[in-house]
Design a protein around this ligand. Structure first.
Ligand SMILES: [Zn+2]
Length: 381
């Protein structure tokens, strides 16, 4: 090895070297900022840095929170020793001269194995055990009230809980400390707990300020759950009824609870895709109201995803002999929470106007009465 040149990682042509070791699907295509990680299950969590940013073949995955130089990546993916990789890089005999098209088909070594279902269930149970009911004055209740006018605490179901402090790990894998959390538990049709949704809050009952790498709010996080739990739903309220309101998101759901003053059972699905695969005991209900968000038309598919999923589910339910209604938001991009906020405000305004008129009437009546009394007194005198 004495005769070999000293290796300067910054001088290497990494875009040319990586394909000898790593399947092309993990190398990005120039269009995406983030793509699938060769080391974990992350689908849009991995990136290679450009030469300008990191000439040493830098990479990073936000899910497995690993990163490093090109040698480290080849080591993680191929399982080859550093010694061997350095030797190949020095000699230019990449991957022992195995041509890229052969090397590419090599299945990457999974450096960090995915958690087992049993492990995921244990972690969810531990989180749930640390939670209790939502109390007045808790950050969860302050948050809910700020979002859902007219909601009442006694309407909340048992699967809506308050955890006083769960660790928050940000989009870059950094621990940010413990925060209060609204925990929502989803169950399958048989009642088995399947998923836990977390909304991280501040002590003042606002969403934590942490963002995704794209700059969107990152306060709502799901705990990793066993496969096949996508159809589970969260019973948001304490009502039982033969009418079920089915919604896409928890806040829409709480707005529906407030709208019906808890007279109707409300379940929340993870998203519009899961509406189609809803795993719910339909025999419990006669009438199902599906609140679909009015998403923008998806240009690739040519329809609004929320409405489309609702229609598919509705067809299935009608075949089962159920009555189905789909109230649709008129304005694009609004959901029922927005609608309810407006309705509630108008309701309050009407109540206030009514109260104002009543007061005015009473005042007039009182004045008339006083006048009458005074004139009676005068005439008596
Ligand atoms: Zn990863």
């Amino acid at each position: 090895m004495k005769d070999l040149p000293r290796l300067n990682l910054g001088d290497l042509d990494w875009p040319r070297i990586f394909p000898f070791y790593i399947d092309s699907k993990f190398l990005g295509d120039g269009n995406k900022k983030w793509w699938a990680c060769p080391l974990c299950d992350g689908e849009e969590t991995f990136k290679l840095y450009s030469r300008e940013k990191d000439p040493k073949g830098g990479w990073y995955c936000a899910r497995c929170t690993k990163g490093g130089d090109g040698v480290a990546l080849i080591h993680e993916v191929s399982g080859k020793s550093y010694r061997e990789i350095f030797y190949e890089l020095r000699t230019g005999n990449y991957n022992g001269g195995i041509p890229p098209e052969v090397a590419r088909t090599v299945k990457p070594v999974i450096a960090k194995p995915e958690k087992s279902d049993a492990q995921k269930c244990l972690e969810m149970q531990a989180a749930w055990d640390g939670a209790g009911p939502v109390t007045l004055g808790s950050p969860v209740w302050i948050y809910l009230l700020s979002r859902i006018p007219g909601l009442q605490i006694e309407w909340l179901g048992k699967d809506v809980c308050y955890h006083p402090g769960m660790e928050y790990v940000d989009a870059w894998g950094k621990r940010q400390g413990k925060f209060p959390v609204m925990l929502l538990r989803a169950r399958s049709s048989s009642g088995k707990p399947c998923r836990l949704h977390r909304t991280y809050l501040t002590g003042e009952g606002t969403k934590v300020p942490f963002l995704t790498r794209k700059g969107k709010s990152r306060a709502k996080l799901e705990m990793s759950a066993p496969d096949g739990s996508g159809g589970a739903s969260i019973l948001l309220n304490a009502a039982r009824s033969r009418t079920l309101a089915l919604v896409e998101g928890a806040e829409t759901g709480f707005a529906v609870v407030a709208r019906y003053r808890n007279k109707v059972e409300v379940r929340c699905m993870r998203n519009c895709g899961s509406l189609e695969q809803a795993d719910i005991e339909w025999s419990d209900y006669d009438h199902i109201i599906i609140y679909a968000d009015r998403d923008k038309v998806d240009p690739k598919r040519g329809y609004r995803p929320g409405e489309h999923s609702a229609d598919i589910l509705a067809t299935h339910l009608r075949e089962l002999g159920k009555r189905v209604s789909i109230p649709k938001a008129v304005v694009e991009g609004t959901d029922f929470r927005d609608v309810w906020e407006l309705q509630y405000r108008r309701q309050q305004e009407r109540l206030a106007a009514f109260e104002e008129r009543r007061k005015l009437r009473n005042e007039v009546r009182e004045r008339n009465r006083t006048q009458l009394r005074t004139s009676e007194q005068r005439s008596a005198a």
